[in-house]
Design a protein around this ligand. Structure first.
Ligand SMILES: [Zn+2]
Ligand SMILES: [Zn+2]
Length: 78
């Protein structure tokens, strides 16, 4: 009995065909672009929009504005 190295290489190529969307931050790869996007978010802690009331940080200005309304009690649809 012997282990064929060619076979294991073929398995790896097969896997990369099944999951062509690879994360740029780690070696994980995904079959769907949406899966990759969901995963990449877990790496990024980039939240430049910070709430002046409680210090919570948000990734988008819209999300921050929505959050600030919970402090000010302002109702956007009047
Ligand atoms: Zn990753
Ligand atoms: Zn806040």
């Amino acid at each position: 009995m012997h282990v064929c190295p060619q076979k294991s290489r073929q398995v790896r190529i097969h896997l990369s065909l099944l999951r062509p969307y690879q994360c740029g931050h780690c070696s994980q790869s995904f079959s769907q672009p949406s899966d990759l996007r969901n995963h990449v978010v877990t790496h990024s802690s980039d939240r430049p929009f910070k709430c002046g009331y409680c210090g919570r940080a948000f990734a988008g200005a819209t999300t921050l504005n929505n959050h600030i309304r919970t402090h000010t009690g302002e109702k956007p649809f009047k």
